[in-house]
Ligand binder design. Structure first.
Ligand code: NAD
Ligand code: IPM
Ligand code: MN
Length: 366
């Protein structure tokens, strides 16, 4: 199969971790007899410096003309004072919108062997296997009106949380479909005790649930969910929530399984999917070869599964990450002592494991 992928390494640790995701993809291609065509493009601060735009036409065109997009991360403190629409992050938000990627899947798995990296007691963490389905193109991120108002004595600012029924229906359907492939349980998270958007959310999700009588649905307020994620994470299966709640809960989920650097994401909905780790550009550790590449590598696995329907190849990457962790391989974010691997060494070990594992499972290793 020919896989055409736009690769946007972006800023901070983005290039370091994306290189390892590409290494994993190349190992899969070699082991399973696929051909990948990579189109390397700029986004974020890297692109502002060169093109004065966080998402130049050339990058967007390459993404639209590819089968999938692999992205590192965007964001640079150098541009923190720019207006919002000119910041690196604006490039990412525009890309998500242009691609129509409305459902952001964020798996959260407690890897065996990583118990010591988690702040939770092992018994509470054990068995945790969640997928957060975050609505990605609506809510307060995109609602109008927004902006600063300077009419009166003091400046005011306004943002609008807005949802339409159709936006909720389409992301809910994805969550229920996914639940069917797992433990058939959806927890819809909202703030329906306070917000109209959440009341619409709750009743629309309940309506869609009618099409999925085999899937159990429960509703939970977001504040209560934040606590439950820490006290009983293993009881969740699919968490379905709106844009900003999903942003916040997923970073919390990263911390509870051991590191934000472990979490992958895939944004789907239209023809071209966008795959990126959940974490940001981590300026505090950029350029030091100490970032964890696993979130990026697992994002490549999500790409194989959701954009190319290559389940065996996706599972091969996931198994290889598990094996590397089970063998004691750790980046700095996962250990308290000074014994850790560099970003690229971790990536090399995973890629080697992909080749070994593919051979053991009978793939056409060359
Ligand atoms: P961050 O996710 O970049 O970092 C938070 C903390 O987690 C930092 O201490 C960082 O060192 C650590 N961390 C993150 N990823 C790691 C990894 N792979 N390995 C080891 N440690 C890791 O969040 P932040 O510091 O709040 O934001 C930094 C910049 O990134 C901001 O400009 C923000 O807007 C942007 N951002 C971008 C994305 C994205 O591109 N999808 C996501 C989140 C934040
Ligand atoms: C994420 C990030 C982005 C978001 C930012 C960088 C726009 O935090 O992907 O989680 O808020 O969606
Ligand atoms: Mn985030």
């Amino acid at each position: 199969m020919l896989l055409t992928v736009a690769v946007l390494p972006g800023d901070g640790i983005g290039p370091e971790v994306t290189a390892e995701a590409v290494r994993a993809l190349e190992a899969v291609a070699l082991a399973f007899g696929h051909k990948i065509e990579l189109r390397l493009k700029e986004i974020g601060a890297a692109s502002i410096r060169r093109w004065r735009s966080p998402l130049p036409e050339e990058t967007l065109d390459a993404c639209i003309q590819s089968d999938a997009v692999l992205l590192g991360s965007v964001g640079d403190p150098e541009f923190d004072d720019l207006p919002l629409e000119a910041r690196p992050e604006a490039g990412l938000l525009k890309l998500r919108r242009e691609l129509g990627a409305f459902a952001n899947l964020r798996p959260v798995v407690a890897f065996p062997g990583l118990e010591a990296s988690s702040p939770l007691k092992p018994a509470r963490l054990s068995g945790t296997d969640i997928i957060i389905v975050r609505e990605l193109l609506g809510g307060i991120y995109f609602g109008e009106p927004r902006g600063f108002e300077t009419g009166g004595h003091a400046v005011e600012a306004v943002n609008t949380m807005r949802y339409g029924e159709r936006e909720v229906e389409r992301v809910a359907a994805i969550a229920f479909e996914l639940a069917r492939t797992r433990r058939s349980k959806v927890t819809s998270v909202d703030k329906a005790n306070v917000l109209e958007c959440s009341r619409l959310w709750r009743r629309t999700v309940a309506k869609i649930a009618g099409d999925y009588p085999d899937v159990a649905l429960d509703h939970q307020y977001v504040d209560s969910c934040a606590a439950a994620l820490i006290s009983r994470p293993s009881t969740f299966d699919v968490i379905l929530t709106e844009n900003m709640f999903g942003d916040i809960l997923s970073d919390e989920a990263g911390a509870l399984v051991g590191s934000l650097g472990l979490l992958a994401s895939g944004s789907i909905g239209a023809r071209v999917g966008l795959y990126e780790p959940v974490h940001g550009s981590a300026p505090d550790i950029a350029g030091r070869e100490i970032a964890n590449p696993i979130g990026a590598v697992l994002s490549a696995a999500l790409m194989l599964r959701h954009s190319f329907d290559l389940e065996i190849e996706a599972a091969c990457i996931e198994r290889s990450v598990c094996d590397a962790l089970a063998a004691g391989c750790r980046t700095r974010d996962l250990v308290d002592d000074g014994r850790y691997l560099t970003t690229s060494r971790m990536g090399e070990i995973i890629a080697d494991q992909i080749l070994n594992s593919a051979r053991e499972h009978g793939a056409r290793a060359t």
